[in-house]
Ligand binder design. Structure first.
Ligand code: CIZ
Length: 326
């Protein structure tokens, strides 16, 4: 295997027998190598189905921290796999496609963020896990969408806070906690940021009984008309526990797979932003992972996450602070 070619491509590509049952082959190789597969809720349904654990980034980080396995494949995007590597530096953390980036993490580059922090001395830096490992090294504490309110609430009320990189999640936390001393970095997730209020109102008109449930990375105009706001895990729990049968789901649609599995009798509607080229509200980065890439990644134990020991030890500090208060 020529790894320099793989690095350029981002993933291993080779012809495999078209008769091979990839699900069976993945289970076999996983057992042989004693590997664990973690998959995020936004992955393709078939990828979620072959994983040992499916969850949001917080649950998967906690799971990773508790694992003994020395070989972990993370089906998600790069910052998530980096978080696992930071928590388990002695494990080999595989990622099926190195191109699986994140528009939100990319919207906060280390050098720009460093300047921003320097402009706001004496602020506590709260960074959403959807950020690069480098950005985490200059942060005080991390959060996820599951615990952002809890994390900011735990900080001394009189100390000013920088919240990065998601401006929509930051505004939501700021207004929920009525905390005026929060400065927000102007980043966003291209998927959540582009939901259009009118599309949701149109769906609601067609399905008047449906509850609108939205992720806090969406714009405020959408959060204002939502019946429930929460992380992927809380949206999933809400659909399961609710007496309602119809939901308009305003987050990346990968989560609907788990919603349907838990509540097969309920109806889920999704406000697709559609043009000639794509269903634009599907995260193309998340969808880069597929069964073939997972199989080949396990076979060659490549590509993997490679972080400098210094970055790992510095980035672990804000992540562990978050896990402690969780
Ligand atoms: O934190 C995560 O896993 C993401 C990207 C969304 C969520 O709310 O779980």
């Amino acid at each position: 295997m020529n790894y320099s070619i793989v690095d350029k491509l981002g993933y291993i590509d080779e012809d495999i027998d078209s008769n091979i049952d990839l699900k069976v082959a993945i289970r076999k190789i996983k057992e042989e190598k004693n590997a664990v597969i973690l998959a995020h809720y936004y992955q393709r349904p078939e990828v979620q189905d072959i994983a040992d654990f499916v969850g949001d980034s917080l649950a998967l980080s906690l799971k990773a921290a508790s694992l003994n396995s020395s070989l972990i494949l993370f089906a998600g995007v790069k910052f998530m796999a980096e978080t696992v590597k930071i928590l388990r530096p002695n494990s080999q953390v595989l990622i099926p496609d190195l191109n699986a980036g994140c528009s939100l993490a990319d919207s906060c580059q280390f050098s720009d963020f460093k300047k921003f922090i320097d402009l706001h001395p004496n602020h506590i830096v709260v960074t959403y896990v959807n950020s690069s490992a480098e950005v985490k090294t200059i942060s005080d504490i991390c959060c996820t969408s599951s615990n952002a309110i809890k994390v900011v609430k735990s900080l001394n009320n009189s100390t000013p806070v920088i919240f990065a990189p998601d401006i929509n999640l930051g505004s939501y936390v700021k207004s929920t906690l009525n905390r005026s001393n929060m400065v927000l970095w102007n980043g966003s997730c291209h998927i959540h940021n582009q939901f259009i209020l009118q599309d949701i109102i149109t769906l609601k008109t067609k399905h008047p009984k449906a509850k609108v449930i939205a992720h806090p990375e969406c714009q405020n105009s959408i959060l204002l008309i939502s019946d429930f706001i929460g992380s992927t895990k809380s949206l999933l729990d809400f659909t399961y526990n609710s007496n309602n049968t119809d939901f308009i789901v305003v987050t990346e649609p990968g989560i609907i797979h788990q919603m349907k599995k838990l509540s097969p009798q309920k109806n889920f509607y999704f406000p697709y932003v559609q043009n000639e080229e794509c269903y634009c509200n599907e995260c193309s980065y998340m969808k880069l992972n597929n069964l073939k890439k997972i199989y080949l990644t396990l076979k060659y134990e490549y590509p993997y996450i490679n972080l400098e020991p210094d970055i790992i030890s510095k980035a672990a500090i804000p992540i562990n602070r978050m896990l402690k208060i969780n």
